[in-house]
Design a protein around this ligand. Structure first.
Ligand SMILES: Nc1ncnc2c1ncn2[C@@H]1O[C@H](COP(=O)(O)OP(=O)(O)OP(=O)(O)O)[C@@H](O)[C@H]1O
Length: 261
């Protein structure tokens, strides 16, 4: 279980700096798809960077199975929105996917097998020898996902991973993620601006307040699996959950505008 307790992150600066996150606590169960949504600038990326061990919290603790995180854990993988910057342009797709496996010290034969399997899982078996620039944006993001899942991380952390692709590719990538999660049982912590995406993908959606951000509420998503872009999104329960999450975010933005006035 991933446990976040009383997390605070203050960026240094004048007048005591800027506190992006304060008093943030939640738990993500093993194998859960947990999504975080909230107003723009709320501190979602800050939160994910702390959870991934990429940024040190000012206060509070993050632990996985009771072990505190104080640097990027070996069993975590991270996928960011900007696939173009996250892939090495001079390396083939296969070499890009292999990179973390080399860092983890696996031998050549198991690396080759893991790369082949991960590329097959994301539907890119034929693109192994291409360079990232020869692929579309959606395909490059598939490579980033293949790289993240190749070494079977315990936790996959994703920050707006599908924000830069077109609507159809986005829907395909959402379904790919559901399939990967179904097949591997990976725990996924996912940040998105898109309320429909959060409800469609998740077991639970956490709504965070604006900075200094904390959990406002957590909404359970008891929609049946397997999910389907048309069938699931046509369910009255989907519309109800979407309205609940969207309504609460709108309320918070409205309250903040009144407070700022
Ligand atoms: N390195 C930094 N130094 C100072 N302030 C920062 C730094 N990184 C982020 N912030 C501030 O912290 C706040 C939260 O930023 P963050 O990117 O975590 O929010 P977010 O919810 O991910 O935003 P968005 O929804 O727009 O992607 C913002 O006000 C931002 O300006």
């Amino acid at each position: 279980m991933l446990l976040i307790t009383d997390l605070e992150k203050t960026y240094p600066g004048p007048n005591g700096g800027f506190t992006a996150v304060r008093g943030m606590s939640f738990a993500v169960q093993d194998g859960e798809m947990f999504t975080i949504v909230g107003p723009s600038g709320a501190g979602k990326t800050t939160l994910l960077r702390c959870v991934a061990g990429l940024s040190a919290p000012t206060a509070g603790t993050i632990s996985i199975d009771g072990v505190p995180i104080d640097g990027p854990p070996r069993e975590f993988a991270v996928v960011f929105q900007d696939y173009a910057r996250s892939l090495m342009p001079w390396m083939s797709v296969a070499k890009n996917v292999e990179l973390p496996l080399v860092k983890h010290g696996s031998d050549a034969r198991s690396r080759r097998r893991a790369v082949e399997q991960a590329l097959a899982e994301v539907g890119l078996a034929d693109a192994a020898h291409k360079k990232p620039f020869q692929l579309s944006g959606g395909m490059q993001q598939r490579v980033a996902i293949a790289r993240a899942i190749a070494y079977r991380p315990k936790v996959l952390i994703m920050d707006e991973p599908f924000a830069s692709v077109d609507a159809q590719t986005r829907a395909d990538l959402e379904d790919l993620l559901l399939k990967v999660r179904e097949e591997t049982g990976t725990t996924i912590v996912f940040v998105t601006h898109d309320v429909d995406e959060s409800v469609y993908l998740s077991d639970r959606v956490a709504i965070v307040t604006r900075s200094p951000s904390r959990i406002d509420r957590i909404v359970s998503i008891p929609l049946p699996h397997p999910r389907d872009q048309i069938v699931t999104k046509s369910l009255p329960e989907f519309a109800e959950l979407r309205a609940q999450v969207f309504g609460r975010i709108r309320e918070m933005v409205h309250d903040a505008a009144l407070a700022d006035a």
